[in-house]
Design a protein around this ligand. Sequence first.
Ligand code: ATP
Ligand code: MG
Length: 373
Amino acid sequence: MAFCPVFCFGKRLDRNQRGKKQPTWRIFSLKELHSATNNFNYDNKLGEGAFGSVYWGQLWDGSQIAVKRLKVWSNKAEMEFGVEVEILARVRHDNLLSLRGYCAEGQERLIVYDYMANLSLLSHLHGQHSSECLLDWNRRMNIAIGSAEGIAYLHHHATPHIIHRDIKASNVLLDSDFKARVADFGFAKFIPDGATHVTTRVKGTLGYLAPEYAMLGKASESCDVYSFGILLLELASGKKPLEKLNATTKRTITDWALPLACERKFSDLADPRINGKYAEEEFKRVVFVALICAQSQPEKRPTMLEVLELLKGEAKDKVAALENHELFNGPKPGEYNDGLSVAEDSPDFISEDKDGNKEVKEEIASENTHRNA
Ligand SMILES: Nc1ncnc2c1ncn2[C@@H]1O[C@H](COP(=O)(O)OP(=O)(O)OP(=O)(O)O)[C@@H](O)[C@H]1O
Ligand SMILES: [Mg+2]
């Protein structure tokens, strides 16, 4: 049967029905992508994720693309490919990575995106660009607000609503102006109208996972809010979500940041690479918002619309109220990551992929009380 992702998940999308102003996607031939990427040359490789490798390429018209090539074909991978293409084809927002098209020939599955010249936020915080210190405070603030806009669009404006389920620094890409584009919707879930959450198998990345999602598989918008809180802390502090303290212990970024926030030691929280050059009020706001997002109780977390309002400093009374929030009047033991202990040898990736990540899956499964597919 011919591959048609737009049939797989509900109504078929008709390219002609979409708004005239929206750029359209198209189907690429394998030959064209081979030629654009110099036969998927190793030198063109931008990186590798769970789905497969990503290559830089250039089309005949000179435009630059990023091509994600599925590693191993399987029914599950085909499903994930379908989800990604389906979702990307539906959503268009300035802060979400746009789909240029896809290719499905034989067992080859490839997704074509716009190339993001400044790669991922991860590469600037902890990777190949981290020593260049290209992210000043202003850029970080724009990235925080831009990625919040993208996620808020998925949660509140896309139809049906979408939860991303893998918000993290490698999934925030930066264009040539350092504008944030949230990427990687392969793990996303549609939330049917009226439902508060869907119960699902756990996927995602350790350090960013909301406790109720890691333990019970309960996925809702507030899981993304939790992950976004971790991302904000990472952006402000330059620290990783999980820090290795010694041979047997890792500390979460929230456990590190909350006591400092309670003591209002914001200069200790700031990434040393910013050299103290940040707007104090903005910095404080980002840290407070990050910590209320990353609370263990999902019902206490704000929505992404509230997060945006707070980050932009629009609602002055709500911003002022942050200072007196119960969280910042002294840390309570176990406020974060209740019940989710972090084993030293835990790989940083959790997936339901049987072949790749069996151990992690078992570790999580033993903590779950119910996990439905
Ligand atoms: N459109 C793009 N432009 C530039 N770089 C990209 C693009 N898409 C992906 N990349 C880079 O390619 C690398 C691999 O991305 P990929 O999404 O496959 O894996 P990941 O985000 O590291 O992990 P995961 O599979 O968990 O999402 C990342 O470093 C990412 O920043
Ligand atoms: Mg990714």
